[in-house]
Design a protein around this ligand. Structure first.
Ligand code: SF4
Length: 231
């Protein structure tokens, strides 16, 4: 496991639970609007201190009495060869696990679910499947995204889909296609792009949507997915 960060406690990232967050490094996408370039771009990853795996595990073992859950995010956590073993260890000591994923690594996602290692899944939908590369920065196999959507919906787990929407990048037809790609779901969260600083693409120039635009987007998406809100 390559760990780029650890947040010892959060009350916001696992619904109704007290959790710690670990941030894995490396990603199989390059979303231009991604605000975690330190976890995505190889040259930046190399410049930053990597967390010692054993130290992190010991910390999580010691903290278990104060924590309910562990959020595993990235980067893209399913790229970590040691993820299965790590999650087994964490489940054994009683952690609930939330996994954040972009859904591209379908086969790993399937194994983790089958092994009972995930309690809550959050999967990103980056853009319309027909033009996914425009949103995730690389040519990717969108069949895997479709398969992961179906897998998550049929998993029986608590789950959410979520999308960061960027004015100037996501157009009405894209947003409509994204909603249609997931269909009726338990939860779909929309996140307004809010450029806090460094992004994966240094020359990216998207903007946040305004309040009226956000309302219109919700009106568009809600009838298709059934449960949607801005976060
Ligand atoms: S936003 Fe995109 S580039 Fe950033 S971590 Fe997620 S999938 Fe990777």
């Amino acid at each position: 496991m390559r760990i780029g960060g650890l947040q010892p406690v959060t009350l916001l990232d696992y619904p109704q639970k007290v959790a710690a967050i670990i941030f894995t490094t490396g990603c199989n996408m390059r979303c231009p609007f991604c605000y975690n370039p330190d976890l995505v771009l190889d040259d930046l990853i190399a410049q930053n201190r990597e967390f010692d795996y054993s130290e992190m595990v010991n910390f999580l073992v010691r903290r278990k009495k104060y924590l309910d859950a562990l959020v595993v995010t990235g980067g893209e956590p399913t790229l970590q060869p040691g993820l299965l073993k790590f999650l087994k260890k964490m489940k054994k000591i009683g952690y609930l696990i939330k996994l954040d994923t972009n859904g591209l690594n379908y086969s790993v996602l399937e194994i983790l679910i089958k092994e009972g290692l995930i309690d809550y899944l959050a999967m990103d939908i980056k853009g319309s499947l027909a033009h996914y590369q425009d949103f995730c920065g690389l040519a990717v196999n969108t069949e895997n995204i479709e398969r992961s959507i179906a897998l998550v919906k049929q998993s029986g787990l608590d789950y959410e889909f979520r999308s960061t929407l960027v004015k100037g990048l996501h157009r009405k037809n894209d947003i409509l296609a994204m909603a249609q790609a997931i269909g009726g779901v338990k939860k779909y969260f929309l996140q307004n792009f809010d450029s806090p600083g460094k992004l994966v693409s240094s020359d990216f120039s998207g903007r946040p949507f305004g309040p009226k635009e956000r309302e219109k987007i919700l009106d568009l998406v809600l009838p298709i997915v059934g449960n949607c809100q801005w976060r």
